[in-house]
Write a protein of this length. Structure first.
Length: 343
């Protein structure tokens, strides 16, 4: 699929940005690897490795440069951006599920430990390097794979507020407020009922942390674009959703639609195996993407890569490639209050 070609020009950024984009593609990176003595937690040596698409993003980012050396500078001092290698999210999961921290209370303690004992020492070491002193760390990059980005690692975030953080979540409500992507511009067209999930969103207790130099990228997924993704003739379902009821809006949607007598609407209130999940996506024209535990997940990108139009129920979405893609043309945005009023 040639983005920007015939039929896709209204999805892309204005042409005046092309020059700046092409210039950024020539940036050179350097992956700064911490010494072995810092790659450990509580006396156990850590070897960063793949452990599933989403949370392996930190590891996968560095692995990308291993496979694409054309983007690498010879030294850290010559690089436009210096990426500090780590895998704090992997270390957190090792601690939580392998060292007895697998309760809600202890999971917060695990987050504190991996910051204090693993990533903060690496950051302090990075600050001592000649490459850091060159620009005061303003060209240093930190990848964070956890669901809510910087806010999951507040200690690290404070120490790197002048660095570039690469996350999958962005700035929460700011993008939504600035861009007003709603399909229906009048919030009271379908009635004036309030948002039933206003006090139970992914942002209710902890607001996201995002700085202007940070970058939002897609959640890694095992799906890929295919010939089946392009077909439109065999999409007999109007709308489809299947997933765990792990948020207020997910529970509300399934309660309203799971018993629908419309044969073109399929709502399943639990996860289903990968093969039937993929088959349903290929058969559907619109696929619901409600917020879950976080305001972003692999679901959005799996839906897109199956050629299904995502319908987002969110108040905290910050899209990747926001200056490159017109997200108002890529997805449908629905307010929670509209669901409540139409139900």
């Amino acid at each position: 699929m040639a983005i920007g070609g015939q039929g896709f020009q209204d999805l892309t950024m204005p042409k005046q940005y092309f020059g700046a984009l092409n210039g950024s593609l020539h940036a050179k990176f350097f992956v700064l690897k911490p010494p072995r003595e810092l790659r450990q937690i509580q006396g156990t040596e850590i070897e960063c490795t793949y452990f599933g698409h989403m949370y392996s993003f930190e590891f996968m980012y560095y692995d990308f440069f291993e496979l694409n050396s054309q983007f690498l500078a010879p030294t850290a001092e010559e690089a436009d951006f210096v990426v500090v290698e780590h895998c704090i999210t992997y270390v957190y999961h090792v601690l939580r599920y392998g060292a007895g921290y697998n309760t809600v209370k202890l999971s917060w303690e695990a987050l504190r430990i991996v910051q204090e004992q693993y990533l903060m020492p690496i950051i302090h070491w990075a600050e001592s390097t000649p490459a850091y002193r060159r620009y005061g760390g303003r060209n240093f990059v930190l990848v964070l794979a956890m669901d809510k980005g910087r806010i999951d690692y507040p200690m690290v975030s404070r120490a790197t507020k002048h660095w570039h953080a690469i996350t999958t979540v962005g700035n929460g409500t700011n993008w939504m407020r600035q861009n007003a992507p709603w399909l229906e511009k009048d919030p009271e067209r379908y009635g004036s009922l309030g948002d039933p999930c206003r006090r139970s969103t992914s942002m209710s207790k902890r607001r996201l942390i995002y700085f202007e130099q940070d970058v939002v990228v897609p959640v890694p997924t095992g799906s890929q674009w295919s010939v089946a993704s392009e077909q439109t003739e065999d999409r007999h379902l109007l709308a489809f959703y299947a997933g765990s009821p792990n948020s207020c809006i997910r529970r509300f949607l399934t309660e309203q639609l799971v018993h629908s007598d419309d044969a073109e609407v399929v709502v399943i209130p639990k996860p289903i195996p990968k093969k039937p999940w993929s088959d349903f996506l290929f058969r559907s024209r619109f696929c619901f993407v409600p917020d879950g535990f976080s305001s972003i997940s692999a679901r959005l990108y799996e839906v897109l890569l199956h050629g299904c139009v995502p319908v987002l129920f969110t108040h905290a979405f910050h899209p990747p490639f926001e200056t490159l893609l017109n997200w108002k043309r890529l997805a449908v945005f629905i307010r929670n209050s509209e669901v409540a009023s139409a139900a």
